[in-house]
Write a protein that binds this ligand. Structure first.
Ligand code: NAD
Length: 354
């Protein structure tokens, strides 16, 4: 398993293989780019079938974080960590203490955060060993009150604003009243988004593989429930993927009828060619890492001690960034994902302001 010759190696600055025999920790940390600041990105825990799968994931994800933070104009670089293990049975205090020690050994070049398979309790364990961790402490919520370190509310707010911008651009509508939205996954981000859409007058269809989450959206928001396999083919204006990656692929595109795709999930495009196909079908795709940047913005301000008002104002910049992407894509006849990458690279070279 070569790193330098790996197809997903993209001039990463540092890749660290971490092993702690006592706790059984096996992990990889990838620091992609620190030109704009410390490499910040989540620590994922997943039972990878092979070390190579874990390496591929961490190389791709860390590069994605560089682009996400640059596009969101944050003074952060891109990094990510993966722990090879089962998040439902393989966790222990010792494992996350050992992971915290490895993060600490990098002296702040990499700052960790929650990701799939990890959440606030694991961040708190790592915080016992390193200060280079975010999302561990309680903080003030965007609308006052207190909340834990979970950045999902900021992510959901950014997705809501981005979705509204996409509807404005593609459908020429300034408000969401009566707009039909299909949400795939009503977990942390999806449910919060559903609440905001309901408040804005949208009509919702939801699905989730976890029944109680669907039921909550039906009971509390009056959403209509559909089976997971039926979410793609609904006659709606917006498809909002808020569950897992890779869901825009040849099979789902066959069924997809929505003229707008705008949701929180990471890595929505199964392959880059899918973006070309979406464009050909006049389906406006809000690039995932542009629309879901609210979480990283939130985490960034946690580090710098920014106020909820500052976080809110920065998250609100997601809409004009998307508008710029949509306009350039239309003018140049290119997929929105291509334009987003280009804009991120431009911002990576220029000055950033938090
Ligand atoms: P979550 O785990 O709270 O919610 C995901 C929901 O999707 C769960 O309820 C799960 O049961 C459901 N789900 C899983 N597979 C499904 C399937 N095949 N069909 C339908 N539903 C399915 O996660 P989250 O924090 O809400 O994040 C959602 C997505 O947004 C993820 O892709 C995540 O990477 C991305 N994201 C989250 C944040 C954040 O701040 N939480 C930030 C950026 C990106």
């Amino acid at each position: 398993m070569s790193v330098f010759a790996h197809p997903d190696f993209d001039d990463h600055e540092q890749v660290i293989f971490c092993h702690d025999k006592a706790s059984g920790l096996k992990a990889i940390i990838a620091i992609h780019d620190t030109r704009l600041g410390p490499a910040l990105g989540g620590c994922r825990m997943y039972p990878y079938a092979s070390d190579d799968d874990a390496l591929r994931d961490v190389l791709r994800l860390s590069r994605g974080m560089t682009y996400k933070s640059a596009l969101a104009e944050l003074p952060l670089g891109g990094g990510k960590a993966v722990i090879i293990g089962d998040p439902h049975g393989g966790k222990s205090d010792a494992l996350f203490h050992a992971m915290g020690d490895f993060v600490d050994s990098l002296g702040g070049r990499y700052v960790t955060a929650a990701d799939s398979g990890t959440s606030v309790p694991e961040m708190q364990l790592m915080a016992q060993r390193t200060r280079h961790v975010s999302g561990a402490a309680p903080r003030e919520a965007l609308d006052g009150g207190m909340r834990n370190g979970d950045p999902s509310p900021s992510t959901a707010y950014g997705v809501f604003l981005g979705l509204r911008e996409a509807v404005r651009h593609r459908l020429g509508r300034d408000d969401l009243s009566g707009v039909r939205v299909a949400i795939q996954g009503v977990g942390h981000v999806g449910f919060d988004l559903a609440q905001q859409l309901t408040a804005a007058g949208a009509q919702l269809w939801v699905t989730d593989v976890y029944g109680p989450n669907v039921q909550r959206a039906v009971d509390e928001l009056g959403a209509s429930a559909v089976r997971p396999q039926d979410i793609y083919g609904l006659d709606v204006e917006v498809f909002a993927p808020c569950a897992m990656g890779g869901i825009l692929n040849a099979d789902t595109l066959e069924a997809l009828r929505a003229p707008v795709v705008a949701g929180a999930a990471n890595n929505q495009l199964a392959t880059p060619e899918i973006a070309v196909e979406l464009q050909r079908r006049n389906c406006l795709y809000a690039p995932d890492y542009a629309i879901n940047a609210g979480g990283i913005i939130d985490v960034c301000y946690e580090r710098t001690g920014g106020s909820p008002a500052q976080i809110r104002a920065h998250v609100e910049r997601i809409a004009p960034t998307l508008a710029l992407i949509f306009e350039r894509a239309a003018a140049e006849g290119l997929p929105t994902s291509v334009i987003a990458d280009r804009l991120a690279r431009e911002r990576l070279r220029g000055p950033v302001h938090a």
